[in-house]
Design a protein around this ligand. Structure first.
Ligand code: CP
Ligand code: NVA
Length: 313
């Protein structure tokens, strides 16, 4: 089956996750020792970013370079999109120069519009609904630590029902990982995403549970995951969110209630002292730095699958 044109949601690649993870593992093992790869040789990629980024921008740029292609970083404020040129016109023009577009957007509707109007593949580098590339890297991080696979393992999410949780719900449900979610009642996951995840879970045998109490979710879990309380674009809600999430911190006491071999995931950037303590993030059970590295390997695997090879001359 041909790959989907775009990667807007992790559900677009739900059936391909096992093979993508294998490919990413191989790319990781051979990055320094294997032959120079040229999968994206002669190809150019526009990277439109409406928001800040450390990991996503750098790992895509380095990954494209590793595969022999060229990345062109386009901050929204530097291109005409920031002065009112439409998304559709931007997509049509960039499709004439480039072989793919990587887009970090405020609004998922804009992501969908860009993909609809671009004739080249579009990869979602985070929007307000999903962060699919992050979760491919996170699944790789978990796979490395669980040699027997995802089945029978339980991950607990502590915090906001946000973009990262949405992709995690779909990704966990696709690969058969059990996920228990603890969110404050007013910050639960999007019901449409929950319903799509439950459909995937029914196929894979994954169990999804939705709670409010962090200690209940963390108890006996094989891994804990959290993210910021205030995502990019939500800064006006900072005061209300800081109050609502006050009990939703991964700290040493919460971690002690998880399985003894449990590890802790955080997609970063972290707000140290809020959703996670220094002690946990810098401690021996933190997997956050491997997660950050795995963005590179995961995205290279994604690009090798999604972007057609350059025509030979
Ligand atoms: N995790 C992540 O996407 O980080 P950046 O915002 O730094 O890209
Ligand atoms: N939920 C966070 C993730 C950052 C990588 C945000 O959207 O800001």
């Amino acid at each position: 089956m041909a790959p989907p044109k775009d990667l807007l949601s992790i559900s677009d690649i739900a059936d391909r996750l096992p093979s993508l993870l294998e490919e990413a593992e191989l790319l990781k093992q051979t990055r320094r020792t294997g032959p120079k790869l040229a999968s994206l040789s002669g190809q150019n990629f526009a990277m439109i970013f409406e928001k800040a980024s450390t990991r996503t921008r750098t790992s895509f740029e380095v990954g494209i370079h590793d595969l022999g292609g060229q990345a062109i970083y386009l901050s929204k404020s530097d291109i005409q999109l920031g002065r009112g040129e439409t998304i559709g016109d931007t997509a049509r023009v960039l499709s004439r120069y480039c072989d793919g577009i990587i887009y970090r957007a405020f609004r998922h509707a804009d992501m969908v519009e860009l993909a609809r109007t671009a004739s080249v593949p579009v990869i979602n580098a985070l929007d307000d609904l999903e962060h699919p590339c992050q979760i491919v890297a996170d699944l790789l991080t978990m796979k490395e630590r669980w040699p027997t696979g995802f089945h029978g393992k339980r991950l607990a999410w502590i915090g906001d029902g946000n973009n990262v949780l949405h992709s995690l719900l779909l990704g966990a449900a696709a690969v058969g990982l059990d996920l228990t979610v603890a969110t404050p009642p007013a910050y639960a996951a999007n019901p449409a995403i929950v319903s799509a995840a439950e459909t995937l879970a029914a196929r894979s045998g994954s169990h999804l549970r939705f709670l409010q109490e962090p200690s209940e979710a963390a108890e006996g879990a094989d891994a804990l995951y959290t993210d910021v309380w205030v995502s990019m674009g939500e800064e006006a809600e900072t005061a209300a969110r800081t109050r609502a999430f006050a009990g939703y911190q991964i700290n040493a006491a919460l971690l002690r209630t998880a399985a003894s071999a449990a590890f802790v995931l955080h997609d970063l950037p972290a707000h140290r002292g809020q959703e996670i303590t220094d002690e946990v993030l810098d401690g021996p059970q933190s997997a956050a730095w491997d997660q950050a590295e795995n963005r590179l390997h995961a995205q290279k695997a994604i690009m090798m699958r999604l972007f057609p090879h350059a025509p030979s001359v």
